[in-house]
Design a protein around this ligand. Sequence first.
Ligand SMILES: [Zn+2]
Length: 302
Amino acid sequence: MKKPPFILLLLAVIVGLAAPAARPRRETQSLAFQGIPMELVFRALQPGEVILAELKQTPPVKRLILEIRNRRYVLDGSAAGARPFVLIGIDLAVKPEPLLMRITEEKPDGTVEKFREELFIEAKEFSRKRFYVNEAMLAPPAAEQERVKREQELVAAVYGTITPEWLGTGGFMSPLPDREAAPNFGQQRIYNKSHTSVHQGVDIAAPWGSPARASNSGRVALASSLYLSGKTVIIDHGQGVFSLYCHFSQILVKRGDLVKKGQVIAKVGNTGRSTGPHLHWGIRIFDSRVDPFSLVSLPLHD
Ligand SMILES: [Zn+2]
C-alpha cells in the first residue's frame, strides 16, 4: 500500500520541476486573502518586482481602494468590460520588511468594509560590477551639465504626468524578443573605485540598426536625443506605467503618437553613454523602478 503514493509523489515532483521550463514566462504565483475580493499575482515579493492586483467581482464590488506606501490604487468594479486590475511596483531599493496594505471595499449597497494586510518583502542580492572608464565618461563636461540637468527635469516631468486609463493590450513583451537580455537589472556599479550607481533597467545587446518594438501599446511621451541616454523613447501605458528605451541610432516615432504592442519604434544604436550597440530597457511604475521581465511574466488580460 505504500508504493503507489510514493510513485505519485515522485511524478508530481517531476511534473512540478518540468512545468516552469516549458513555460518560462509564466512562473508566477497568486495570493488571496480571506474575505477580500482581490487576487495578487507576482513572480516574487522582492525589490524590483511587479504585483498584479485583480478585482474579484463575485459578489459584486463597487470599488476596492488599495493603499500601499502612501499611494492609492483604485479597482473600479463598475467599469464595463474586463476584470479590473492595477499594477504595483516594488522599487528596487525597497527594504526587506513587511509592506502594509490598507484595503477599503465599497459595496453596491453603499456599505464599506476595511481591511489591513501585510506583504512580506524578501531580501534580494543584486549583482555588483566594477568598471574602469575614462573620467570624462563619469561626469559630463561643465558645458554639458546644464543640459543634463534640464533633461533630467524633462524626464521627471514625463514620469509625473499620469494617464488614469489603461492603454496597454494584454501582457508586456521584450522590445527585442529574439535577443537574450543581460541579467543586470539592479546591478550595483562601481566606476573607477569611487563613483557608484545602480542599473535601473536591463541591457539587451543587438546588432546596430536592429528594429526595436514597443513592449506594449501606449502613447509616446518622449522621443528625443538626450546627453546620457542618447536617442531615447518613453512610452506611457497608462495607470502610472512607463517603458523607457535608450541608445537608439534612429527613432521612428514622435511624441504624442499612439503605438501598438510590437510596433517597431526605433533602431538599436550606440548613442549617449554607451560602449557598444545595445538597448537599455527600463520600466517605471509611478516612482518605482522595476525589472522589465517581472512585468513580462504577468498574465495581463486585454
Ligand atoms: Zn543599461
